[in-house]
Write a protein that binds this ligand. Structure first.
Ligand SMILES: O=C(O)CCC(=O)C(=O)O
Ligand SMILES: [Fe+2]
Length: 716
């Protein structure tokens, strides 16, 4: 007997994700399965198999075997399709089959199903699983035909019960040498055995040859060759199927993800797929302005995109209004639900699904407000990936928090898969079949069209909308992929966003460091460290750097003015530790607006490196201050100047916050020993100078308007 004597059969009515995976695995080993029932209505009971069924599979096989009924030396391998993968070739499968001595061999499992009362009638087994599973079996044609024709079975009767009864008939069992593969030498049913299974990595010694991934049963010490993810273990099969057979390796990345893709590169605009893009602003979200701008910046023709926005956050009303007034007309259509409508999230989401169907689009693209698509190619790439559902991997910067779950607990909550962190940190890049995705995803619109809101809905009792949605996809056996083939973007952390503050994003330096930096740090800041850069030195040992953005300057002024309690400018100052300031300014301290910790972080991250660059050998990390962090306001009618003084600092930073000649006239800082003044200050640029001894200084007279500066006395 050779592999050519093995006839492989399966039943599949349509090309589901599971079917494609099954076929991919078959192709990997040159296996050519005969597909029974393809294109027909499923007759084996409920589509979502919670009830018994599957007699149809037996009847289809009987019919198919008619033409082989006299080929007594042929062997039939029957497997389910949607929840099965091959993990070895037919030669090996045949070898292991023969080694069992069976004429008909079934896979085994630890559950007696669908009739648990039959359990005591099963022969006891010392090792392995005791009960029959009908998802995987193999047998010689004559013996198998005897089994299939032992009785008749209705299409919607249960196939597993049928085979179980035959097996429990001892005389019959012996007569056809029917056995169960108790220890999974060949067939691995995962249900009830997931903890025994792990992927084993076969490293190759030659670094140019990729490693191989093998499914191992660590309980029975076998390498099973056909894997069946029945019941809840479907998710385990999805996990194994990310690697086996030959789906991914560290040299080539994901291998099958390059197949069945689309290429939009040379598509004329008119032929581009239609997209329904739905944006959900369900929470107050820092940096939403930038987030929306990145959506607008997506490299995809807007005349092929419908835009839908649900804004549930009143705080964002004017931002959304600005965005839509500016851009909405560029899209094919625009629909919005305002915060004032009070529409619940799930209703809005369901409505957007219906709308996408009404618009007859090709793809449905859902985005939450915390999503930042930094890669403008995201939508294009996701469409080109051409899967039922695919999410771009998005991670909170520097954190392990992402928009997918690698595994699930039995009750449907988060569990960490073995490869979760490797995926999140892009140690492994690819296209991953996972149980839960959220925040941003693309769905093939034909799926939404096919299942109405009684099945495909965000509204399930006691379930979060996204969990309800993903659960439905899992039940429908539609794969949820997350892709990190390239970088797509990141997630905003909206957990501690206090919109009662003036300029709330200014307080986000800890929660959303990257976004904070993008908005508030000067665009030339990094150039301060460019090799060969000559630092500006307007006066001896006074250095001058671009450090914060204009937006920062305006925001800081606005924070202070909306707080409004400027100090009296007298020497006694209850805000200070010693209570006394020799040369007082009219100012507001950072701690008065709750911004001291944020400012200290800023000093450490952005100021200290500049200081270490120009004042060599002085390395104090973190920089300290004793409350000497404040914004000064000079006004002719108020405090117009500051008399000569030393600062209680090792070095002082002095950031101009507004524009001389525009916002005010006069002003500047004069270093008396050198008779040198910095008057042409630039908003967002910092002046850094030693605090004492050599750098006795004064604040020059402001003749008009208001001059704002930010001062820090570092290391007093
Ligand atoms: O007005 C200036 O630029 C100098 C301010 C100053 O020296 C201070 O606040 O200690
Ligand atoms: Fe000073």
């Amino acid at each position: 007997l050779t592999k050519d004597d093995v006839l492989v059969y399966t039943v599949a009515t349509e090309e589901t994700d599971g079917y494609l995976r099954y076929m991919d695995s078959a192709k990997e080993f040159g296996i050519k399965p005969n597909i029974l029932g393809f294109g027909q209505e499923w007759k084996g009971g409920k589509e979502i198999r919670t009830k018994p069924g599957g007699g149809w599979k037996i009847n289809l096989l009987k019919e198919a075997l008619q033409k082989h009924k006299d080929e007594s030396d042929k062997v039939v391998l029957f497997t389910d399709a949607y929840d099965v993968i091959f993990s070895n070739n037919l030669d090996e499968i045949l070898k292991n089959f023969k080694a069992t001595g069976a004429k008909v061999l079934f896979g085994a499992e630890p559950f007696c199903w669908p009739n648990p009362e039959l359990a005591p009638m099963y022969p006891e087994v010392k090792d392995g699983k005791r009960f029959l599973n009908s998802g995987l079996y193999m047998g010689y044609v004559p013996e198998l035909l005897k089994l299939l024709y032992r009785k008749s079975i209705g299409d919607d009767e249960d196939d597993q019960l049928y085979f179980t009864e035959a097996y429990l008939d001892e005389t019959f069992r012996e007569s056809i040498k029917m056995k169960l593969d108790h220890t999974s030498t060949l067939f691995q049913n995962l249900n009830g055995a997931t903890s025994e299974i792990e992927i084993y990595v076969n490293e190759s010694k030659d670094k140019k040859i990729p490693e191989k991934y093998v499914v191992k049963n660590y309980f029975t010490h076998t390498e099973p060759m056909v894997i069946h993810g029945n019941g809840f273990s479907k998710l385990t099969l999805n996990y194994l199927g990310n690697y086996v057979p030959n789906m991914w390796n560290s040299l080539e990345g994901c291998i099958k993800c390059k197949e069945r893709t689309l290429n939009l590169a040379n598509q004329p605009v008119k032929a581009m797929p239609l997209v329904y893009m739905a944006i959900f602003i369900e929470v107050n979200t820092p940096f939403l302005e930038e987030g929306l701008q990145k959506v607008y910046n997506l490299d995809y023709p807007k005349e092929r995109m419908h835009l839908f926005i649900h804004n549930a956050a009143k705080y964002h009303t004017s931002l959304v209004k600005n965005f839509t007034e500016k851009y909405a007309s560029e899209y094919l259509s625009f629909k919005q639900i305002l915060a004032e409508d009070g529409t619940p999230e799930w209703t809005a989401r369901d409505l957007s699904l219906d709308q996408s169907t009404a618009k007859n689009v090709d793809w449905y693209f859902s985005l939450d407000s915390i999503v930042h698509l930094d890669n403008p190619q995201t939508l294009r790439l996701l469409i080109e990936q051409n899967r039922s559902v695919v999410a771009p991997l998005l991670v909170r910067s520097g954190k392990a928090w992402s928009n997918f779950w690698g595994a699930l607990t039995k009750d449907g909550f988060y569990a960490r898969s073995k490869d979760y962190l490797e995926i999140v940190y892009n140690k492994k890049r690819g296209l991953w079949n996972v149980p839960f995705i959220t925040n941003a995803y693309l769905v093939r619109a034909s799926i939404i069209k096919r299942y109405d809101r009684s099945i495909l809905t965000y509204n399930k009792p006691d379930t979060d909308p996204d969990m309800a949605f993903c659960r439905t996809f899992r039940e429908l056996n539609i794969f949820l992929y997350v892709s990190n083939r390239v970088d797509f973007g990141h997630l905003i952390n909206a957990d501690n966003f206090d919109v009662t503050l003036a300029e709330p994003e200014m307080y986000q330096i800890f929660d959303n460091e990257m976004d904070w930096e993008a908005r508030y740090i000067h665009e030339d800041y990094q150039n301060n460290f460019a090799p060969g850069r000559v630092d500006k030195q307007p006066c001896p040992d006074v250095y001058w750097f671009p450090i914060v953005s204009l937006r920062f300057c305006n925001s800081l002024i606005s924070m202070m003015e909306s707080y409004g309690k400027w100090s009296a400018g007298t020497s006694y100052d209850e805000r200070l530790e010693g209570g006394y300031e020799a040369v007082p300014t009219r100012d507001i301290h950072m701690n008065q607006v709750g911004w001291e910790p944020h400012w200290l972080k800023f000093l450490q991250k952005y100021v200290r490196p500049l200081q270490e660059k120009v004042f060599l050998g002085y390395n104090h990390d973190p920089p300290r201050t004793s409350g000497g962090n404040f914004v000064v306001r000079y006004r002719p009618d108020d405090q117009p100047f500051l008399k000569p003084h030393h600062d209680s600092s090792t070095y002082t930073i002095n950031i101009a916050l507004n524009q001389v000649g525009v916002d005010y006239e006069g002003g500047g800082c004069r270093f008396i020993r050198y008779n040198c003044s910095v008057v042409d200050t630039v908003p967002g640029w910092v002046i850094m100078h030693p605090g004492q001894l050599t750098h006795w200084h004064e604040g020059l007279y402001v003749t008009k308007g208001a001059r704002y500066i930010m001062i820090s006395f570092v290391d007093p």
